[in-house]
Structure formats: C-alpha cells, structure tokens
Design a protein around this ligand. Structure first.
Ligand code: ZN
Length: 489
C-alpha cells in the first residue's frame, strides 16, 4: 500500500507527510519511564500512543528500529541539577541497593506494559549503562564551545547557544521571557545563568549513584541520556522522537540544544507528543492523592475507582481519544469504554457467523479506505474506531440477511477486522468470565467429593476441615442423603 501517512510535527506545528530518511525504514525513539515507582496512568498514555504508531508503521510494511530508554540515573523532573536524587531517596527509605530498586520497578513496568499489550521496543537502553557515551557527548559540546565547567560540574551555556541557534524552537519560548521568569529565583549558584542546565553534576557526599569522570566523581544530567542514546542507536539524524507533552519543555528543548551544539544540527525530523491525562477533571499528581497506579486500575484498589478495569478497557479508553487531545478518566467514561470494547469484540466474533452468498451488496473498498484514511490522518484512532463500529452494524445486517457478501469479500472483511482491531489497535479478546466460573464450580464439586470420601472413611476431622474452609470462602454446604448441595452465600 502506498504510504500516505501524515503526522503532526510539534517542531513545525503542522501535519506533515511522513518521509523517512531511509525509504522503508524508520528510526523511532521514545522517552521511557523513570523507574522509581509503580507505573501509573500517566505512563500508560505515551506507551500506548507510541505502541499504536509502532504497530501501524509495522502494518504499513516499514522496518522500524524502536528505542525506548529507561531512566535509572536519578534526577528531578524539571531541573536535573538541584535537589535530591529520587532513586537515592527511595533507596534510603527501603534500605535497598539503588540498582535493586531500578530492577524492581523496571520489572513492574514491563509487567504492566505487557498487560496493556504494548509491543516491546527493539532496544531498551539504560542511562546508567551509557555513562561513557554521555561523557563523550559532553566532550563534543565542550569542544564546540556551548558548555562550561565549574567546580567539577559541566553546564550547557543556553545564552551563548541561543545567539546562534535559537533556544526555544520546539516550545516556542523566547529566552528573554525565560530570563524574566527566572530572575526572581534565589541564588543561581555556580551557573552563569539560572536557565543553564547540567550536563555533568559533581556528586555531593551521600549521593550513591556516581561515576568517575575527568571533571569529577559525579553523574550525568537527565536531558543528556536521550540525546546520547538516540544518537548511539539511531544516528545523528533520525525520523521520529516521541514522548508526553510534559517532556516538551525543558527536556526535549534541551535535547535539541545538545544535539545541535554537538553536531551543528538537530537530530529529529518529526517530534510527536501525546497530550496529558486528567482524572475526574483534575490534574494527576501524588500530592493530589489521585496518582492511581495501573495495578490499582486493574485490581480496583483505589478509593477513586468504583471497580476494577481490565488492561484492555484502559487501552481501549486511551485509543478512543486522539493522542493530541487531553483525556479525562472517570468511572463513567471507563464503564462506557468497557461496554464499547465488548460490543466491538463481539462484532469481530460475529464475522464467524456470516454465511457467504453469491454476491456482495456492501462497499468494502470504501470501508477499507476510511480505516486507512483515519490512521493516515495523524493516527486518528477515534475516527478509525467509529468506522469499525459502523462496520459492526453492517455485520449484523449481513447476518440478518439484509445485506449479502461473497466468500472472497468475507475473507477480506475478516482480514480487515483482524488487522485493525488486533494488529493495529493491539486489542485482545477478554477471557470469558463464564469459563472461570465453570472451572470453580467443578473444583468445588471435586473438593466436596473428597469430603464425602473422608466421611465414608470416618475421617471426620478432614471432612470438617473441608466444610469449615469452604464456609470461610462463603460457600454453604447442605448434606443430603445421596450427596451434597452447595451455594455461594
Ligand atoms: Zn527523554
């Protein structure tokens, strides 16, 4: 199929036709998680947004090198060079080795991502595994004159850079405004300007994660890892860089500055950002008490949740909004998605019930075209999903005999639904609860038959133990002459 994919480029603020550097190949870099806590809803959206992109590019036949980093060198969200290392802080609370925490939350993140059925990236580099590369990157920036060393730390010289290259390309911010906004901050310390950011920071005593360098025993600034690792695995120029809108400034702005300072040009051709999630209309945050983890969602264990929501419900809910729109999570909206997902998946199942006939009365070509047009329009998944729902109505009409379809077109319809629902949207069939219920009732029967046997053998302590244990689980047992009856209380 001819590639007519258009994506919104945050750098030019326009939808642009996607033209990869090497035809047929795509280099994709996505900012991954900081592993110092369980993944929450805020992690699910970029993961699913760029999973949709990855899946769609694969579907279009591109070879994709997908790199998503793990930020395990502690840092602060807004300014990498002040305050306490987050991983260090947690290590102190839990008295664990920092890498133990990194591993624990990385595993937990992977588990959640698999529950959401996101495909693994091809490369998942750790910031802590690329310290030498980061130091070499700093060398290049120092050599080009856009960084300076003070007391063992190295800072990026934003003002000097701005004179030649314009700092603020991506965010649209002007350095003059930044200057007036930061003027009131007390003490800019050793930096030339308060908006300069750290490339290398000398470790204070008690800072556990640090490495030797020619400047000091220290650690790299946060923005540096993404510039370094994207260059290492995708080259000095690559196609797409993605992340949450909250990373656009300063993180991605600083990435552009670093790459441009080191190489004389920006690395990224298309910058893509997913919008933020709110919960019941409120911004999410730990301090607001509404940072619901994904584990909470899947188990329903948070006071804000009326019930548990399956990973597929959460995934479908995220895909039902365009990735550049804000998305408000509420119980009502999630329950609507849950029903919608069931309706869609039932529709896919219903295709199996169709009996083909001699001729086709529906317009499959225009249906197919609409699905691709929606996706090619900056990944408009909600519009694509609405077409799939329309198609479900048509499937019902075919089954009811109001429309007809021949064998070849039935296979085509089947193929389209499987491609768009399972391959591209990455949805999975929900295990039918009924199956589990059947199994548990069989198990209870089995246990009660063992109890009968125990009674026959006059082993009353075992038979009472079984009865009491089942009672505790809420199962009431009535002994009958010829066996037993039970019910769940
Ligand atoms: Zn990043």
């Amino acid at each position: 199929m001819e590639n007519t994919l258009f994506i919104y480029n945050s750098l030019t603020r326009k939808k642009e036709k996607f033209n990869p550097i090497t035809p047929g190949h795509v280099g994709l870099y996505v900012c991954g998680p900081t592993v110092y806590g369980d993944a929450h809803l805020g992690h699910a959206r970029p993961a699913i947004t760029f999973d949709l992109l990855y899946r769609y590019l694969l579907h279009l036949g591109f070879k994709v090198r997908y790199v998503r980093n793990i930020t395990d060198v502690g840092h602060l969200e807004n300014d990498a060079d002040e305050g306490e290392d987050k991983i260090l802080k947690r290590a102190r609370i839990e008295s664990l080795e920092p890498m133990e925490i990194v591993q624990y939350y990385t595993n937990s993140y992977h588990h959640n991502m698999r529950q959401l059925n996101t495909l693994d990236p091809g490369i998942e580099p750790l910031a802590s595994g690329h310290i030498i590369e980061q130091q070499l990157f700093i060398d290049r920036i120092l050599k080009s004159g856009y960084a300076y060393e003070v007391n063992g730390s190295v800072y990026f010289d934003v003002k000097k850079y701005d004179k030649k290259y314009n700092y603020g390309k991506l965010s649209g911010r002007k350095l003059d405004d930044l200057i007036s906004n930061t003027r009131d901050l007390e003490g800019q310390g050793e930096k030339k300007n308060p908006f300069d950011f750290a490339l290398w920071k000398k470790a204070t005593s008690g800072h556990i994660m640090h490495w030797p360098s020619k400047w000091s025993e220290g650690y790299p600034g946060w923005h540096l890892e993404c510039s370094t690792m994207s260059t290492k695995y995708l080259g000095e120029e690559f196609d797409i860089h993605g992340g949450g809108l909250d990373l656009l400034f300063p993180h991605h702005e600083c990435e552009i500055a670093q790459s441009t300072a080191a190489n004389g040009k920006g690395a990224v051709h298309y910058w893509m950002h997913n919008n933020m999630i709110t919960l019941n209309g409120q911004k999410m945050g730990k301090s607001l008490g509404n940072a619901v983890t994904l584990n909470d969602f899947f188990a329903g264990t948070h006071p804000l949740l009326e019930k548990a929501y399956s990973p597929m419900t959460v995934r479908f809910f995220i895909l039902q909004a365009h990735y550049r729109s804000t998305l408000d999570f509420s119980n009502q909206a999630l329950q609507a998605s849950e029903k919608g997902l069931e309706r869609l998946l039932n529709g896919v199942d219903d295709i199996e019930k169709i009996r083909p006939s001699g001729k086709t009365s529906i317009d499959l070509t225009s249906f197919e075209k609409k699905l691709y047009e929606a996706m090619n329009d900056d990944m408009n998944s909600p519009v694509m999903i609405s077409h799939l729902f329309e198609g479900v109505k048509t499937i019902r009409q075919i089954i009811a005999g109001k429309e007809t379809i021949n064998q070849a077109d039935l296979e085509r319809l089947h193929g389209l639904y499987h491609a768009f629902v399972f391959d591209i949207l990455g949805l999975q069939k929900i295990e039918k609860e009924g199956k589990q219920k059947d199994l548990s009732s069989d198990l209870i029967d089995t246990i009660l038959n063992i109890r009968l046997k125990a009674k026959e053998n006059k082993d009353f302590s075992t038979s009472d133990l079984i009865r009491d244990s089942l009672n505790k689980l809420g199962i009431e047992i009535k002994d009958k002459k010829d066996g037993f009856e039970w019910e769940v209380k």
